[in-house]
Design a protein around this ligand. Structure first.
Ligand code: 16G
Ligand code: ZN
Length: 552
């Protein structure tokens, strides 16, 4: 009863917006910040319930990632640090859209009963709050806090301004019983990076010139400022951060950031012909995406893009090399007694040339629909699962079994095999598991891993970019009244509804050598997205346009 009064009272301070329908989607709730207070308040309540139910810390991140600065959003981190379990999404949608306060209270009452959540019992709730640098973040933070404190026994802990992956990392770590702070995050990343660098064979002759420095575009968001912190702890890398979002440097995500760079294939603002040939990287607004690029010529600002697919390829190659070293018999007699199941997860957006390359490496490749929750879940089925979206979101997951096996490999070595290639390979894989964020894709840890591998291999970004040649591709979107009219199957590669559309796409695609095209409803805006690739840019453009005509 006390709980009920508390909810009614606080809910009245956050009236929901009229005439908008919100959906939790692939990236939580996202909208213009001015209409989000009630949603964030309600998600605060949901997070408290989730925390009581799971007896764990839950995370709430206030961010709209690569969206324009006037937008904001909110996303839940589950106990493992991953995305909110999909069975709670309908409840999130329902409470966000309940206009009448009575309906709202009733939805909560019913859900609490159905899920058997012991509110007001011994189980308290703890929620970690993070936000990016958006000016609307503070007001929304307050709304989240009020939502949380309207559930009896729930406590909000403000972790301050963070990248999305930092918050997910903290939630995961806390629930593993470890101490949590931002400095422990930076320490873990920089220590494991150093470990990888120390394991680089000294005698190896460097075949090509390694890049002297890396310039990073921070999208004028939270990532740049965090990278400035992190780089102080990292020896052996020269990193120059641009678009840090400091006064006068530019606007969040406006012609900057990983999303812009990957979609437009041009250099972000703040880069000029002085940067030709230098290794560059771009983060998105909340630093959970990473792409690399270099500017090949002073004539224009077109870039040679190293996207998520190529980052995935670099990681895969390096991990395969380590696994191969581990399974080699050496004099020590130490042999791999278990074969590590390595898998790669991509989406339909993966460039066809990347998939071809990975196949040639002999890798097991699977496809899922777009959205981190799908890729992550699939990757978790392997001993080592690597997933990436072409847009630069991805990470590497290590199973517990694999980690303990690697640990035993490194511990039980006799003096003769210490320093052996096998021993080093196991140490490298362990360092990777510590460096790369196990909760979610993380641009900062991803960047340190890419840099460590490049140093190890003595590769420049130009060398990396030539691993394979991307097929020319084109992305378009068409605005539609109802994007749910289109449904797809087979990891979004086949249109199911409306009927006949897939046949039309097939006949367009057949006209072009190496042609491939698919359409899907966006999970984040009211559009249908079109992707096409073919052997030439003109062909990819034409294919995309003709498929778009059918989608209208
Ligand atoms: C969100 C997803 C991202 C996906 C993108 C697609 C998460 C954390 N983020 O940003 O993975 O690539 O949506 O957007 O899942 P779209 O559906 O509008 O094409
Ligand atoms: Zn993001």
């Amino acid at each position: 009863e006390k709980q009920r009064t508390l909810l009614i009272e606080s809910a009245s301070r956050f009236p929901p917006p009229q005439g908008v329908k919100l959906s939790y989607g692939t990236s939580g709730f996202r909208a213009d910040a001015s209409i989000l207070s009630s949603t964030v308040f309600r998600v605060g309540i949901l997070a408290a319930l989730r925390s009581i139910k799971t007896k764990s810390v839950i995370g709430l991140m206030i961010t709209a990632s690569h969206n324009q600065v006037s937008d904001n959003g909110i996303k839940i981190a589950d106990p493992t640090g991953g995305m909110l379990t999909q069975d709670w999404e309908p409840f999130a949608d329902a409470i966000a859209n309940a206009i009448d306060p009575k309906d709202f209270i009733q939805l909560i009452t019913e859900f609490v009963k159905k899920e058997d959540i012991p509110i007001g019992g011994v189980q308290s709730a703890e929620i970690y709050l993070g936000r990016d640098t958006r000016p609307s973040g503070e007001v929304l933070l307050e709304a989240a806090k009020q939502g949380i404190s309207s559930v009896v026994g729930a406590v909000a802990i403000d972790m301050g301004i963070l990248t999305t992956p930092q918050l997910h990392w903290m939630v995961r770590r806390k629930n593993m019983g470890m101490k949590v702070s931002e400095s422990s995050y930076f320490e873990q990343l920089s220590n494991s990076f150093r470990c990888l660098v120390d394991l680089i064979p000294k005698e190896d002759t460097v075949t090509s010139k390694v890049d002297e420095k890396l310039i990073v575009d921070g999208a004028n968001g939270v990532g740049g400022e965090k990278l400035e912190e992190l780089k102080k702890l990292v020896d052996g890398l020269i990193i120059e951060v641009r678009n840090t979002g400091k006064e006068g440097e530019g606007i969040l995500n406006e012609r900057v950031g990983a999303d812009f760079v990957q979609k437009e294939k041009v250099a972000p603002l703040g880069f000029s012909s002085n940067d030709v040939g230098i290794s560059c990287a771009s983060l998105d607004g909340d630093a959970d995406r990473l792409v690399y690029f270099h500017i090949p010529s002073i004539c224009n600002m077109k870039i040679d893009l190293v996207d998520g697919d190529k980052i995935l390829s670099l990681y895969s190659l390096f991990i395969m090399e380590q696994l191969r070293a581990l399974s080699k018999k050496e004099n020590s007699g130490m042999i791999a007694d278990y074969s590590v199941k390595l898998g790669v997860v991509q989406t339909a957006y993966a460039n066809g040339a990347s998939t071809e390359y990975l196949k040639q490496l002999g890798l097991d490749i699977v496809f899922t629909p777009t959205g981190v929750k799908y890729l992550h879940e699939k990757a978790a089925e392997y001993d080592i699962g690597i997933y990436f979206e072409a847009n630069g979101h991805g990470t590497i997951l290590f199973s517990e079994h694999c980690i303990s096996w690697l640990e035993s490999r490194t511990n039980e070595v006799s003096s003769t095999s210490k320093g052996s290639e096998q021993h080093k390979a196991a140490l490298r894989l362990l360092a990777i598991s510590n460096l790369i964020n196990q909760a979610v894709g993380d641009a900062l840890s991803g960047l340190l891993l890419a840099e460590a591998i490049l140093l190890h291999k003595g590769w420049s970004i130009k060398r990396w970019a030539t691993l394979y040649q991307d097929l020319p591709s084109r992305q378009l979107k068409v605005k539609v009244a109802d994007r749910t009219a289109v449904t797809t199957a087979n990891a979004e590669t086949v249109v199911v509804k409306p009927s006949g559309l897939q046949e039309a796409i097939n006949s367009e695609t057949a006209k072009f050598p190496l042609g491939r095209s698919f359409i899907r409803p966006s999970g984040t805006e009211d559009v249908i997205r079109i992707y096409a690739e073919a052997s030439t840019q003109e062909a990819a453009d034409t294919l995309a346009e003709s498929v778009a005509e059918h989608a209208k």
